[in-house]
Write a protein that binds this ligand. Structure first.
Ligand code: SAH
Length: 219
């Protein structure tokens, strides 16, 4: 066996163990589990962290940010796939892992990140791994991605204290927005459906994400 193949098989085995754990923790959607067993999470972080890639935990990436915990990614993806969305906007590209999972399942993925260096690293990963349907740009997520709107789905992976109004404007009628809302002490995952006449809001799990911050960082 050559060593490249050996590494590939090792990560597939540990990834399969992660899938079993996700099922034990209540994730049932088969297409979400399949997507998570394909995407190589260890390639979305620094090599020094890669040996922990398939633990069910958030891990640090560059610039004080984190790659979300696999269970959170699975849970959020399971919720949004109830809508069978075709065009999605993610706020908070970070490592690009959540966007890649969405890219496995959804035709068009747009993702905005405020830290330009993270955008660039994630973009390189999408190209290397062949996610041609995932586009990312550096921008302030409070503004969304107007030229590509409206979206069937908007998902935020950073937590604002209040729902960003511009994002609601960029959602189709019938579309869903899923985001963590709260401060650094308490947050909940909130699902919002845009209807003909307004919005339906439902509070789901308690979660913990990095803050949703205004402005762009280009150094
Ligand atoms: N989805 C990511 C999670 C990264 S953590 C993953 O799978 O790895 C959340 C990210 O949101 C951070 O990179 C942070 O810089 C970014 N972020 C915070 N506020 C933002 C904003 N207003 N616009 C765009 N990105 C933002």
């Amino acid at each position: 066996m050559n060593s490249a193949l050996g590494i590939g098989m090792t990560s597939q085995r540990t990834r399969n163990r992660m899938i079993t754990r996700l099922q034990e923790k209540g994730i049932q959607d088969q297409q979400v589990l399949a997507a998570m067993s394909i995407v190589p999470r260890h390639l979305f972080m620094d090599e020094a962290m890669a040996h922990r890639a398939y633990e069910d935990t958030a891990l640090p990436i560059k610039f004080g940010q984190t790659i979300s915990q696999p269970w959170v990614v699975a849970r959020m993806t399971e919720i949004v796939m109830q809508q069978t969305p075709k065009k999605v906007l993610e706020i908070g590209t970070g490592s690009g892992y959540q966007a890649a999972i969405l890219g496995q399942l959804i035709e068009k993925v747009f993702s905005v990140e405020r830290i330009d260096n993270l955008t660039k690293i994630a973009r390189r990963r999408f190209i290397q791994l062949g996610y041609m349907n995932v586009r990312t740009k550096t921008g302030d997520g409070f503004l969304g991605w107007e030229s590509e709107s409206p979206f069937d789905l908007i998902i935020a992976t950073a937590a604002p204290e209040h729902v960003p109004i511009k994002l609601l404007d960029q959602l189709k009628v019938g579309g869903m927005m899923l985001l963590p809302l709260g401060d650094n002490k308490q947050q909940s995952l909130v699902k919002i459906i845009k209807t003909e006449t307004g919005f339906e809001k439902k509070i789901l799990d308690s979660v913990m994400f990095v803050p949703f911050l205004p402005g762009v960082i280009r150094k």
